[in-house]
Design a binder for this molecule. Structure first.
Ligand SMILES: [Zn+2]
Length: 316
């Protein structure tokens, strides 16, 4: 894999990962075990930080040096030092730095935040920078615990390999800033007309939630729950109405759902978003075509969904 990518200088962003030659969409770029891993603990707990220090102490001297050379967010350092102080725990500056480096670079290893798979730092992955229009996506393989990064679109020779540090790219620049905890300098965030990008992402979100509500309302299960009445029906209506109040654009019929979902697909293109978000939109198109009785187009949309799934996640 090292013949595909190399670490180099990315100017103000520090070190980053670059394609050595043209990398085709779907190519596996890394498949690496964690350098440092801790079992699941609630983040920002004493146990979490003590686990980090315990795992670090078990590394070889070489791996310790490699870990300490990783980048550290100064904000994390201040936060962790304050955390230890208010909990009356005496820590050396080096211990605080180890925890801060861990927090700066670690990723949750499960498919969701409640998963009990722990948190890890992956060397090759943490040398990949963030972009709000990334060209690669990552997942921790559940059986091996390895981090796998894949190009989800073609990456040109010498182009930077970019992943997303936020689980939700379809937010405004300000909301993404809150998630990633630093000022992103990607081409979306530094564009002159950031407001237009924000408006497009907001509309993608509104369509996504609205079509979900529409499809939910088509479900026979919903009709059954409504007919049964009681608390579950009340709860369901509260959820659906709450989402509408949040600005979701809810189609009134299947043709409108189709027009809006096609618009969502086109807006993702305008925002250069080519990753897992495409899996979702093609999946929705497949459902809408099915609702319209166009099984051929539904099948084609499903194939597109599968193709994007393989590009982002591989075949297993
Ligand atoms: Zn950005």
């Amino acid at each position: 894999m090292s013949q595909l990518i190399s670490v180099g200088n990315a100017g103000a962003k520090g070190r980053s990962t670059f394609a050595k030659s043209l990398i085709r969409s779907g190519t596996l770029l890394t498949d690496e075990p964690p350098l440092l891993k801790i079992p699941y603990e609630h983040p920002n707990s004493i146990r979490y930080n003590l686990r980090v220090l315990e795992s670090f102490s078990q590394l070889t001297d070489n791996d310790k040096a490699t870990f300490l050379a990783l980048s550290m967010n100064e904000g994390e350092f201040t936060k962790i030092r304050g955390f230890f102080l208010v909990n009356h725990i005496n820590m050396t500056e080096r211990d605080v730095a180890i925890c801060a480096i861990f927090n700066t670079n670690a990723v949750r290893m499960g498919p969701d935040s409640n998963a009990n798979n722990g948190t890890g730092v992956f060397l090759k992955y943490c040398r990949m920078n963030h972009s709000c229009a990334p060209n690669a996506s990552y997942a921790v393989h559940s059986a091996s615990g390895h981090m796998r990064v894949r190009a989800h679109r073609d990456i040109a020779a010498a182009e930077e390999v970019l992943v997303s540090y936020t689980g939700d790219l379809i937010q405004s620049k300000q909301e993404r800033r809150k998630d990633i905890n630093f000022d992103c300098v990607c081409h979306i965030c530094t564009a002159v007309d950031v407001a237009s990008s924000d408006a497009r992402r907001q509309r993608i979100n509104a369509i996504m939630h609205g079509t979900k509500i529409f499809m939910c309302r088509q479900s026979r299960l919903i009709t059954t729950i409504r007919a049964a009445g009681g608390n579950t029906a009340l709860w369901l209506d509260q959820i659906l109405h709450g989402a509408v109040a949040d600005g979701a654009i809810v189609p009134t019929n299947a043709n409108e759902a189709l027009t809006l979902t096609k618009e969502r697909l086109s807006l993702l293109g305008r925002e250069s978003i080519t990753g897992p978000e495409l899996i979702l939109v093609w999946g929705m198109l497949a459902l809408v075509y099915r609702l319209l009785g166009d099984n051929e187009k539904s099948f084609k949309a499903m194939l597109m969904q599968d193709m994007h799934g393989v590009k982002c996640q591989g075949r297993e």
